[in-house]
Write a protein of this length. Sequence first.
Length: 167
Amino acid sequence: METKNFTTTILVDQTQQEAFEAINDVRGWWSGEIDGRTDVLGAEWTYSYKKLHRSTQKITELVPSKKIVWHVTDSQINFVRDKSEWDGTDIVFEIARKGDKTEIRFTHVGLLPTIECYDGCSGAWGFYVNESLRSFIAKGKGQPNPDEHRPSRPKSRGEQRAHDPRR
């Protein structure tokens, strides 16, 4: 049985440069807290989502309008037995012109069907690339928190009163 890295491809109407810039603006389309620069070759940045997932990515390739590679140097995936399943994997975005469209081919090299987080992680990547990133490139608005319909910070008492439908 051949095992394949998780890959998905989207097409957008925007230019390769617009797609490149949107991908590098990770906070606009991927849920969680992001600490560090996500748009400079050699930069390291961390991603964390609740207590479920934390990872550190190093930008190892950044070819304007063509390719972005993040190498996962450290990870803690807390919903699987081997919490470091992402360690040493690469997250790759390849950008190319296809007719009058721009194609973004996303591959998580090392995210294989044989590892425990494959189903959950590939499902999440499918949403973030096919829905959130596509929307961010096309409309300037991603969908980084699809299952959370609450503000990122608690409302002050004044805000609570102002939004109280009984008032």
